[in-house]
Write a protein that binds this ligand. Structure first.
Ligand SMILES: [Zn+2]
Length: 253
């Protein structure tokens, strides 16, 4: 168990209750009645399983209320426990928050090598053998890199002009180690995973890397330069620290 809403949890003589249909139990939800439970509690397990423990004779309606009250907390814990549950591969959709795009992903023709193509605006089609997971991950990552290259270029140029700077080149990568970088030769590198962050965070990172064209370090003068263009940089920088949670887990596995 990794978390629970209430810390005093009854352990003995638990009885399984059937309050949801078979569908719900397949997803790892269960409700157990405990003779010793004084109130309702919920636990989230490492595999993403959820267990609601209830006192005897708790009406199902009360259980549903309890679940909806704690729904957000439960979902947060499940994401933390088992990211794969929330980031299925193939994905149903890709939400590119930074550029305000939502792409639907459909599957078709499950024979042959796995493939990926844009079939309409904001619609991707994944075809072929879906169990070729490594290849599918690579195809999706490459598509994200292309999308980011296409959509990051213009705002980066606009910001550079605003800051009176001239980067030589934009490079987009998909890497786990860093969100961006700036080379001495003026190449700005941005991580395609920034697509999953907020537009404010993306803008901050662009300002950050562009400011390195002036100061190739993280000195006080560098941060003063950043602050001139983004006074809220501290909060945005902190947001980036947890930014990996917004990135589909299949990208790096
Ligand atoms: Zn930096």
């Amino acid at each position: 168990m990794i978390a629970s809403v209430h810390d005093r949890l009854p352990e003995s003589r638990l009885r399984q209750l059937q309050l949801w249909g078979p569908d719900a139990s397949e997803h790892g939800w269960s409700v157990r009645q405990s003779a010793r439970a004084r109130r309702l509690s919920v636990r989230v397990f490492r595999n993403g399983g959820v267990e609601i423990v209830v006192p005897p004779r708790t009406p199902p309606r009360r259980v549903s209320e309890f679940v909806s009250e704690h729904r957000q907390w439960i979902e947060r814990q499940r994401r933390r426990a088992a990211p794969a549950l929330h980031w299925p591969l193939p994905p149903d959709s890709l939400t590119l928050t930074a550029i305000g795009e939502q792409w639907r992903c459909s599957t078709a023709a499950r024979t042959g090598r796995v493939g990926l193509r844009e079939i309409a605006a904001f619609e991707l089609q994944i075809s072929g053998a879906l169990d070729e997971r490594d290849r599918l991950r690579r195809l999706l990552a490459n598509w994200l890199i292309e999308r980011a290259r296409l959509r990051f270029e213009q705002p980066l140029r606009a910001l550079a002009t605003q800051l009176g700077l001239a980067p030589t080149r934009l490079q987009v990568r998909c890497q786990r180690s860093r969100w961006g970088s700036c080379s001495r030769r003026g190449t700005i590198s941005l991580n395609a995973c920034l697509l999953f962050q907020s537009p404010e965070v993306l803008r901050y990172l662009m300002i950050h890397e562009l400011s390195h064209l002036r100061h190739m370090n993280h000195s006080a003068r560098f941060w003063a330069e950043v602050a001139r263009h983004e006074p809220g940089w501290k909060a945005l920088d902190r947001e980036l620290l947890h930014g990996w949670r917004r990135v589909p887990s299949w990208i790096f596995r």
